[in-house]
Each structure stands twice: as structure tokens, then as C-alpha cells.
Design a protein around this ligand. Structure first.
Ligand code: CAA
Length: 260
């Protein structure tokens, strides 16, 4: 699959997706959103991919948000379609069957932060600046920011960031639980790659089922989430990888998971 605004490469089960619109700070216009949606739908179905890394081209920005120029002539009806398209792209990332890690290399604002929040977790460069500054423009986060940020950090912190358009540092993002790790800019991709490599060594179906169970269970009452976990846990026992994982442990050797 080839794209105009995404660079993609897959090596040893790790797909790297780079949003490549550097002159516009990798801002997301409808064409970029469609490519993100299509790319993640394909990666989700690609058995050769075990982990996905998302980053932004250049040194300044991960993604600086929805494309402001593209929004300037939109009617409310156009905005509804733009919102739906944005959600379809974010959902494709969120629901990708493989773990998706954001490598946040610079400005991560508005729709860019919503993209990073749609990933399973993010590592950030020391230079990263994150925020949902949409109210500066007369709108508010429209691609999942109000929902995903509140679920991650709680309503109070999410409200403060969204209502005040506060831009936070890498350190603040780490302290709030938004970022899992702060990296030196020159180490960011290597650090993300290292955790991705660790994940590729694990049983792929188990990782994928863990992601699905976490996602689905998070919005359920606890008892229902625990029921879901019981049932999904049992599904691991249908896989060859489970047999391999248990046998490898008992034989004191490394497991060789095939993803089935
Ligand atoms: N959309 C379109 N173009 C953008 C952009 C965006 N979100 N962000 C930056 N750019 C463009 C600028 O217009 C500029 O283009 P030109 O060179 O053609 O003038 C280029 O990228 C470089 O930007 P700056 O000159 O502004 O660079 P800077 O270093 O001075 O500032 C910045 C960087 C702080 C990120 C600043 O560009 C900025 O504030 N960008 C907008 C951030 C924002 O408000 N994002 C939210 C968008 S709304 C949204 O995302 C809605 C939603 O939830 C769905």
C-alpha cells in the first residue's frame, strides 16, 4: 500500500508509520485522515505485523492538530463529516489488533494529541509539547480528546487542559500519566523500538486479546469486565502459541511464537 502523506516501513514485525507533512507541522487534513484510517485498517489485518510505531516527520512536530486552513471554509455539515472522518481514523488506530505506540517527537496538539491518545501508549521526547488548544480557535477537541483524555487522566485534569488550552511539557505529561516515558530527542525512536521489540517476542494472539479485553472491559462495570476477562483468557487455550509458551517454560528454552 502506498500513501501520499504517510511513510510506512515494516521490519521484523514492527511497522513504523510516519505522518509526513512536515511543512504544515504534519497537520491532519481529510486526505491524511483517510490514509491513517486505511493504513491502520490494513496493518490490523496484516499477520506479519506485531507492533506499530507512529511518529511525525521532522524534528519539530509529531502532529500540530487538525488542518486549520482546511477547516476555515467548512460549514457545520462539512464539520460533521470532518469529525466523522477524524473519528474513523482515530478508531482505526485505537482498535488496531496490534499494540500501537506513539513516539511523540515535538508539538502534539489538538488532533495530534488525539492521535497519540488513540495509541496504546506514548513515549515523548524531552522537547515535546502537548495540549488540546482548540478553544483558542472557537472549537473543542472533536476526534476523541474529550473522551480519551478524561479516561486516561480523570475528568478534572482533562477539563483543566481542555478549558484553558494549556500546553504541557514532557515532564507534566509524564506526571499526569499521559506519557509512559520521557526520552532524549535523539533516543526517542530507539527507546520506542526497544519496547516494540520486547512486545514482538511475546505471544501475538495473547497480546492482541489482552488489548481487546482491556479496551472493552474499561468501559464496563467491574463484574462485567471480569466476566469478559474469564472468557477471553480461555481463548488463549485454543492457540498453538499457548502450548509453545508452556512447553518452552518447562523445557527451559525461549518460546518461538508463531501467532496462531
Ligand atoms: N493546521 C494547518 N497548518 C498548521 C497547523 C495546523 N494545525 N499547525 C501549524 N501549521 C503550519 C503553519 O500555518 C505554518 O505554515 P506556513 O509556513 O505556511 O505559514 C507552518 O505549519 C509552521 O507553523 P508556525 O510558523 O506556526 O510554527 P511555530 O514554530 O511558530 O509554531 C505551533 C508551532 C505552536 C505548533 C503553531 O503552528 C500552532 O499553534 N499550530 C496550531 C496548533 C493548534 O491549534 N492545533 C489544534 C488544531 S484544531 C484541531 O485539532 C481540531 C480537532 O480536535 C479535530
Amino acid at each position: 500500500m502506498s500513501f501520499n502523506f504517510l511513510l510506512t516501513e515494516t521490519t521484523d514485525g514492527i511497522a513504523k508509520v510516519t505522518i509526513n507533512r512536515e511543512k504544515a507541522m504534519n497537520a491532519l487534513n481529510p486526505d491524511v485522515l483517510k490514509e491513517i484510517r486505511d493504513c491502520f485498517t490494513a496493518l490490523s489485518a496484516d499477520a506479519s505485523v506485531r507492533v506499530v510505531i507512529v511518529t511525525g516527520a521532522g524534528e519539530k512536530a509529531f502532529v500540530a492538530g487538525a488542518d486549520i486552513a482546511a477547516m476555515s471554509s467548512m460549514t457545520p455539515q462539512d464539520a460533521l463529516e470532518f469529525g466523522k472522518l477524524g473519528h474513523s481514523a482515530m478508531d482505526a488506530v485505537d482498535q488496531c489488533s496490534k499494540p500501537v505506540i506513539a513516539a511523540v517527537n515535538g508539538f502534539c496538539l489538538g488532533g495530534g494529541m488525539e492521535l497519540a491518545l488513540s495509541c496504546d501508549f506514548m513515549y515523548v521526547s524531552e522537547k515535546a509539547k502537548l495540549g488540546l488548544p482548540e478553544v483558542n480557535l472557537g472549537l473543542f477537541p472533536g476526534w476523541g480528546g474529550t473522551q480519551r483524555l478524561a479516561r486516561l487522566v480523570g475528568k478534572g485534569r482533562a477539563k483543566e487542559m481542555i478549558f484553558s488550552a494549556k500546553i504541557i511539557s514532557a515532564q507534566e505529561a509524564f506526571e499526569a500519566g499521559i506519557a509512559n516515558k520521557i526520552c532524549k530527542p535523539e533516543d526517542l525512536l530507539n527507546d520506542v523500538q526497544a519496547v516494540a521489540v520486547e512486545i514482538t517476542k511475546k505471544a501475538p494472539v495473547a497480546v492482541s486479546l489482552a488489548k481487546k479485553t482491556l479496551h472493552q472491559g474499561f468501559d464496563m462495570p467491574l463484574a462485567q469486565g471480569l466476566d469478559l476477562e474469564k472468557n477471553t483468557f480461555a481463548k488463549c487455550f485454543e492457540t498453538q502459541d499457548l502450548k509453545e509458551g508452556l512447553a518452552a517454560f518447562l523445557e527451559k528454552r525461549a518460546a518461538n511464537f508463531k501467532g496462531n
